[in-house]
Design a protein around this ligand. Structure first.
Ligand SMILES: [Zn+2]
Length: 74
């Protein structure tokens, strides 16, 4: 019983993570949640600053719905 639950969890966890990631990631400047075309640029979180300088991601903050997201910028 427990092993079946663990198997289900191991299957669901990556799918849930992917879903969370999809909501945080945008390919245009538009806010992925409310489609606000003018989100604010914000500084990247500390965990990304040290190691993630090679990442082509730019952090944005939507003032309309307070959603934080990252724009994939090549
Ligand atoms: Zn928004």
């Amino acid at each position: 019983m427990t092993s079946r639950f663990a198997l289900l969890l191991s299957l669901l966890a990556p799918a849930w993570l992917l879903l969370q990631f999809r909501r945080k990631l945008a390919f245009s400047k538009q806010c992925p949640r409310c489609k606000n075309p003018y989100p604010d640029r914000t500084s990247r979180p500390r965990w990304m600053k040290g190691r993630g300088d090679w990442l082509p991601l730019k952090a944005y903050y939507c003032t309309k719905c307070r959603h934080c997201f990252y724009r994939f910028d090549r």
